[in-house]
Write a new protein. Sequence first.
Length: 273
Amino acid sequence: MNDIRKIAFIGAGNMTQSIVGGMCKSGYPADHVFVSNPSPEKLEKMKSNLGVNTSQDNIEVIEQADVIVLSVKPQLMEQVCADIKSKVSNLADKLIITIAAGIRMPKYRTYLGDDITIIRVMPNTPSLVGQGMSGLVTDSADDKDKAYVTDVFDGVGDTLWVADEDQLDILGAVAGSGPAYFFEFMDSLAKGATELGFDPEKARAMVQQTCLGAAQMAKESDLTLEDLRKQVTSKGGSTAKGVEVYQQRDLHNISADAVKAAVKRNQEMADLF
Ligand SMILES: NC(=O)C1=CN([C@@H]2O[C@H](COP(=O)(O)OP(=O)(O)OC[C@H]3O[C@@H](n4cnc5c(N)ncnc54)[C@H](OP(=O)(O)O)[C@@H]3O)[C@@H](O)[C@H]2O)C=CC1
Ligand SMILES: O=C(O)[C@@H]1CCC=N1
């Protein structure tokens, strides 16, 4: 990465910790990373574990940075932006990234000014281990800013630019929320094994490695997901019986409904906040 900028994260919650942890692991210089948060505990942990600069004052970190990453809950965004707008005069000179679900770019213009340059990123928590999936969209950034943000998020996983904010809502409902669905599914598989008398620790170990192996295979294979599934499903064998249960209970519809529900909430948050 050639373009190293001073970057300030506003909010030191789960997602900031995942992104910053992944960035530092991938070699982004910690002295160029600034993080603010109202309570000190998360900041102390990030400072001692990663060596990043921290402050309980949002404005102090923003003033030192070229890039601002808004990483607070959507319901706090308006209030946090109002405070920034009232105290920082050169916002148009900085690149603004927001990772909040739902809230759309025109709304940020009403909060921070018409002249801001903004990129919306929808990351996910596996960024912490360099396996994130981040969606990106902008209505104002130039190629240089886009390349910088792509590099940052490529450093913590894969990136996908999407055409518009409707697409980002869908990406968020699948990839942003997705780790939660997979953890839920993995937990249910592990419990399926322990209910039959399998050791819980060993159940977790076998589930996580199976999940990782399947994802890696899907990523490296040219086959469709259906064909990969068929490769495992011997005629008259045990997998066929297991898959039959998922099909009878209509896993496809369950997942489609889950994605629709999450998209709907993203749209609601766009209106609410
Ligand atoms: N978690 C995820 O998987 C994903 C989250 N996102 C988005 O990321 C954003 C953050 O989510 P997440 O990290 O999960 O949430 P968290 O609740 O874990 O983190 C939010 C942080 O913001 C801090 N905060 C509260 N008020 C302020 C303030 N006035 N100024 C600065 N910081 C403040 C909180 O501090 P304290 O706890 O001390 O009050 C907290 O540490 C959300 O907008 C969400 O939509 C996007 C993709 C995935
Ligand atoms: O649950 C949420 O709203 C955020 C967005 C994607 C993951 N977490």
